[in-house]
Write a protein that binds this ligand. Structure first.
Ligand code: PGA
Length: 247
């Protein structure tokens, strides 16, 4: 059985000293029972990477440009990130979709760039509350998956990760029940198996949306939940240690 993977998405929260304090507290207690990846602000990438290196903690970014280099003011390059030892980029987080107009078509370009440059892409999908109430969840997820993965022919299994993040559960304290999450994860698994025969069953599918120390074990015990993408509960070292199985 492969290790469960927990990814910390720190969003635009920590300043550099907070990152240092977090790593000083986290590193000595982290046992690598589960895999831990961290996405700090791009500004703090190298600081966190150098502190996490000895424990095999992979570091990435919360967003990446679809272009590898050139005249794109303010963007983060997958090529440069890879050259500095970056491991992954989150693509299509709902906050990017909501506040920055990112569509699944744009995500497709970003995923393709990540794979070409050797980064893992963590592709986020998820329905809004209105879509869930209108019973559109599976249709929305299917559409986001097929559009976002449109250009991808044969990813290697360690370079493509899907994160199911119901928009109504992000930062709200409302978690999908393990059964609700498992239902969507099983559906995502079936789409991946059809899209990438022989490979789809091995692609990691993470759950995100108010994952906390007190609900993580039940979520991770579901058959198709391979880990978590965590915002709020990843900001404190003690909480993230608990999510990683190191109480
Ligand atoms: P949350 O955020 O854990 O604070 O709900 C999850 C995410 O945005 O990835």
């Amino acid at each position: 059985m492969s290790h469960k993977l927990l990814i910390a998405n720190w969003k635009m929260n920590h300043v550099d000293l907070d990152c240092v304090r977090f790593m000083e507290e986290f590193i000595p207690k982290f046992s690598a029972k589960r895999e831990a990846w961290i996405a700090p602000q791009a500004l703090h990438f190298n600081l966190v990477r150098s502190m996490g290196e000895m424990k095999g903690i992979r570091v990435g970014v919360q967003n990446v440009s679809e272009n590898s280099f050139g005249a794109f003011t303010g963007e983060t390059s997958a090529k440069s990130l890879r050259a500095m030892g970056g491991h992954f980029a989150i693509v299509g987080h709902s906050e990017r979709r909501q506040f920055f107009g990112e569509t699944s078509k744009i995500c497709a370009l970003k995923i393709r760039t990540c794979l070409r440059e050797g980064l893992a892409a963590v592709y986020c999908v998820g329905e809004t509350l209105a879509q869930r109430e209108a019973k559109l969840t599976l249709a929305v997820i299917s559409d986001q998956l097929l559009q976002g993965l449109n250009d991808i022919i044969s990813p290697t299994v360690d370079k493509l990760i899907i994160a199911y993040e119901p928009v109504w559960a992000i930062g709200t304290g409302k978690t999908a029940t393990p059964a609700q999450a498992q239902e969507v994860h099983a559906f995502i698994r079936s789409v991946l198996k059809e899209r990438f025969p022989g490979l789809g069953e091995h692609i990691k599918i993470l759950y995100g949306g108010s994952v906390k120390p007190d609900n993580v074990e039940e979520l991770l015990s579901q058959k198709d939940i391979d880990g978590g993408l965590v915002g709020g509960a990843s900001l404190k070292a003690q909480d993230f240690l608990a999510l990683c199985g190191d109480k």
